[in-house]
Write a protein that binds this ligand. Structure first.
Ligand SMILES: NC(=O)c1ccc[n+]([C@@H]2O[C@H](COP(=O)([O-])OP(=O)(O)OC[C@H]3O[C@@H](n4cnc5c(N)ncnc54)[C@H](OP(=O)(O)O)[C@@H]3O)[C@@H](O)[C@H]2O)c1
Length: 203
């Protein structure tokens, strides 16, 4: 698949690196061209402007800070239309509060002709670097919210990094994933064992 990535930071490197290593064509766009070039060189990808990257891609991973996402999408412009747009952004402020109550809806409003899928926001970047992310013998489950067609496409990219996709419903449910992330991170920051809230079900 032709995958564009907006951003050249940790998430871009982790997921872009995995997808490039599994044979996808990855293209990086960032506000600093030198950083886009450097990451592209590191993970065997190409680099381009926001617009070039969007135009060349079937799927775009939005991996910039949540507040800047609408601005980046505005610069990329019409080239984002019709594309699968993966929103992994977390609008989280101090004290693990949500700074935007429905970030995925903001992304969808900024790119009304794209097919937005919320995914990859629940785990830390170091989890996305794992090859594969498997815990206690169980592959990491990755919930996705979006239209069934878009979720199906992005699910194949989840499988490619050794994880199990979970169709978690429409994009209207993305706000639940965003709130879950903030709530769990808040527990974790407070020193609690957040993972123990979800014991494995007996098989
Ligand atoms: N880190 C995690 O554990 C994690 C996990 C799940 C989801 N996420 C989400 O993934 C997204 C990316 O996180 P990350 O960890 O990859 O962040 P990061 O390492 O800080 O990288 C952020 C990227 O966005 C760029 N950027 C920053 N401000 C920008 C602006 N105003 N306009 C355009 N580009 C801008 C940065 O460019 P410069 O290098 O020039 O600053 C960099 O390329 C965030 O929305 C975050 O909430 C992160």
């Amino acid at each position: 698949m032709r995958i564009g990535i907006f951003g050249a930071g940790g998430m871009a490197e982790a997921l872009g690196g995995q997808w490039a290593a599994t044979g996808h064509e990855v293209m990086i766009a960032a506000r600093d061209q030198a950083k886009a070039d450097a990451l592209a060189g590191k993970i065997s990808a190409r680099a381009g402007t926001w617009e070039e990257t969007a135009r060349a891609s079937e799927v775009i991973l939005l991996a910039v800070p949540a507040p800047s996402a609408p601005e980046v999408l505005a610069v990329a412009g019409k080239s984002v239309a019709g594309k699968m747009l993966i929103d992994c952004t977390n609008a989280v402020g101090p004290g693990a509060t949500l700074t935007a109550p429905d970030q995925a809806a903001r992304i969808a409003a900024a790119a009304p002709d794209a097919h937005v899928v919320k995914a990859f926001n629940l785990c830390d970047v170091d989890v996305w670097r794992m090859t594969p992310p498997v815990f206690g013998g169980r592959p990491l489950a990755v919930p996705l919210c979006g239209s069934p067609e878009a979720v199906e496409v992005v699910s194949s990219l989840v499988r490619d990094i050794g994880c199990t996709p979970l169709n978690a419903g429409g994009l209207d449910r993305a706000r639940l994933m965003e709130a879950t992330m903030a709530f769990m991170v808040g527990l974790w920051f407070d020193g609690h064992d957040a993972q123990a809230c979800f014991p494995p079900l007996p098989v």
